[in-house]
Design a protein around this ligand. Structure first.
Ligand code: CA
Length: 220
């Protein structure tokens, strides 16, 4: 099949950012602070953050759930796109990383919108379902341990209202998903979810080759 996607060379990527990135000083500061962490690659790309900001605005989302907060870049861009009454549930297990996130939420004045729960995300998501919050969320962002992606997806799908959107990160996984030789647990989990989503009649689907692959699933 012919490839209709541009090869994003370093020069072209620089051009893309120079001509379209509206990353704020605060977001840039967070990006640079996180760059010192050995796990910095877990931070989303700036153009992806800007895209997610736009999606939140487009959807007029006021109820968001995030699975995997890390140092807070994605939650910060999304929280800033929500109106004052907007609320976000953030799931993570790392106090160290989310302490950085908290500092930036405060600086941006969005900390009131965000409820962080430090616990296995599946417990937090199931807790929301038990509380009767199924079909009440507008948007979910899944960007945590890949082995549990399918479980996160299923719980988030139940939490979304019809028309709600689930964003799933790293769905091209550095290209590993397309290499059948690679059979580690994470790659297999992402590959299996990608295959499942293709025929999942509960959603509308679009898989974007942005950053490390971003899949959009709109609940029907
Ligand atoms: Ca990610």
């Amino acid at each position: 099949m012919s490839n209709q996607t541009l090869n994003l060379t370093p020069a072209l990527y620089d051009y893309l950012l120079k001509t379209s990135s509206r990353e704020t000083d605060l977001l840039k500061e967070l990006r640079l602070e996180t760059a010192n962490d050995p796990m910095a690659r877990m931070q989303i790309a700036p153009e992806q953050g800007q895209f997610m900001h736009l999606l939140v605005k487009l959807m007029r989302a006021t109820r968001i759930v995030e699975v995997g907060t890390f140092t807070g870049y994605s939650s910060l861009v999304m929280a800033q796109a929500m109106p004052d009454e907007g609320t976000m549930v953030c799931c993570d297990v790392s106090e160290e990383w989310t302490n950085i996130a908290k500092r930036y939420w405060k600086s941006a004045g969005v900390e009131e919108k965000i409820k962080l729960t430090l616990a296995p995300a599946i417990d937090t998501l199931n807790g929301l379902l038990v509380e009767g919050q199924a079909r009440t969320f507008d948007l979910a962002f899944i960007d945590a341990d890949k082995e549990n992606y399918d479980a996160y997806y299923e719980s988030c799908l139940r939490l979304m209202r019809p028309g709600g959107l689930i964003l799933i990160d790293n769905t091209l996984w550095g290209g590993d998903v397309a290499d059948p030789v690679i059979q580690d647990v994470d790659t297999k989990a992402i590959r299996a979810l990608n295959a499942k989503l293709l025929t999942d009649k509960r959603i509308e689907l679009s898989h974007l080759p942005m950053a490390d692959g971003l899949t959009l699933c709109m609940k029907k």
